[in-house]
Design a protein around this ligand. Structure first.
Ligand SMILES: Nc1ncnc2c1ncn2[C@@H]1O[C@H](COP(=O)(O)OP(=O)(O)OP(=O)(O)O)[C@@H](O)[C@H]1O
Length: 358
């Protein structure tokens, strides 16, 4: 025994996919990544719907699979894995009542009809759906159906819960209710959550794994990964700008030689000069100034760049360039008269930037 609830490693040559994931008992891990990164592949292999070329996985001390090794392959079929999946769509049995949908798992696992219905009633109460027990799935709203689907996923008391973008198909007005419910239900439950929403990761996950092209590219405690991103994808998801370079006495030097100033006086563990670093900050903490016409940026630490795009966002306009993005007040932009193709200076607020080793 490793102490891990889930110990998983597998490869799939056809998808150039190779992953190792360990989960502690009761831990929720959010899996993030761009389209095609391999998130669904992970869920499918865990659920037993897709067979890897090589790999080994144990869940709560039981072997889920051992394939491609020297010994004979082991492969536990999906219904014997102790794993439940909640997908974007509720996928309830259309001809059964809500109660019987939720009772199905325990019934198949060997409970009597009465026991299975008792379990189902308890689970429905937990997701505030008791009054729906006599309805058919067609008589439910999207949010109600998803709550029932959550009750159904939890009814067999799975050793591992898989959530595949559970809020994605819901109205923005309904999603917060389910998110709150999930927060309560996931406490102490070993869960893998695939999501595109940073709010889901913050609200529900202890840890985050970022995938790209079938590999893990970042992982760690949720706040650490999202506040100190190492990839452009994670930075973008977290609403941060990311610059990379080398540590200098005043901040960091970018590959083009520009030095960006960062106030690191509060740094607990100073990073020595010469170390490869990343620097993250909000676009709202970047100022845009008129370029003064000389060949060098007007302010020290300014990044001179051409505006490639102007994107209105309420009372600010997102000013994009190839190197950096700034949010500028609509009035300031209008007064300055900047438009795409103009060369301007971007200045990062030294106190608003976080510097960390790459
Ligand atoms: N049925 C399939 N057969 C072959 N290759 C597939 C299949 N499904 C996905 N792939 C490939 O496997 C890789 C990982 O895809 P996967 O669906 O796991 O990504 P994802 O991170 O879930 O993406 P998304 O966010 O778009 O759902 C991609 O290169 C994809 O093209």
């Amino acid at each position: 025994m490793t102490g891990a609830a889930l110990a998983f490693r597998a490869t799939l040559r056809e998808r150039d996919w190779e992953l190792a994931v360990d989960l502690a008992a009761g831990e929720t891990v959010a899996v993030l990544g761009p389209n095609g990164a391999g998130k669904s592949t992970l869920l499918a292999v865990l659920a037993g719907l897709l067979r890897p070329d090589t790999g080994h996985a144990t869940l709560a001390g039981r072997e889920l699979f051992a394939v491609g090794g020297s010994a004979r392959d082991q492969w536990l079929p999906p219904h014997r894995r102790g794993i439940s999946l909640l997908a974007q769509e509720a996928l309830l049995f259309p001809h059964r009542s809500v109660l019987d949908n939720v009772a199905y798992g325990p019934l198949v696992a060997g409970a009597s009809r009465g026991e299975a219905r008792d379990i189902a009633r308890r689970r429905l109460a937990e997701v505030e759906a008791s009054e729906l027990e006599g309805r058919r799935p067609a008589e439910l709203s999207g949010g109600q159906a998803q709550r029932v689907a959550l009750a159904r996923a939890l009814a067999p008391d799975p050793a591992l819960l898989l959530l595949d973008e559970p809020m994605a198909a819901l109205d923005a007005t309904v999603a917060p209710h389910l998110r709150r419910m999930l927060r309560d239900q996931l406490r102490g439950r070993t869960t893998v959550l695939v999501t595109h929403e940073v709010l889901d990761a913050y609200t529900l996950a202890d840890r985050v794994i970022v995938l790209d092209a079938g590999r893990i590219v970042e992982q760690g405690p949720t706040a650490e990964v999202l506040e100190r991103p190492r990839t452009a994808f994670t930075a973008d998801l977290a609403g941060l700008e990311l610059l990379t370079g080398v540590r200098t006495a005043r901040g960091l030097r970018l590959p083009d030689g520009t030095e960006v100033e960062v106030d690191s006086s509060a740094e607990a563990d100073p990073i020595p000069a010469g170390v490869a670093v990343a620097c993250a900050f909000r676009p709202s903490r970047v100022e845009v100034r008129e370029a003064d016409g000389s060949g060098v940026p007007s302010a020290s630490g300014a990044l001179r760049a051409t505006i490639t795009d102007l994107e209105p966002r309420g009372d600010v306009v997102r000013v994009r360039s190839a190197v950096i993005t700034a949010d500028v007040a609509v009035q300031q932009l209008a007064a300055a008269g900047w438009s795409t193709g103009d060369v301007v200076d971007f200045v990062v607020d030294p106190r608003a930037a976080v510097l960390y080793p790459r």
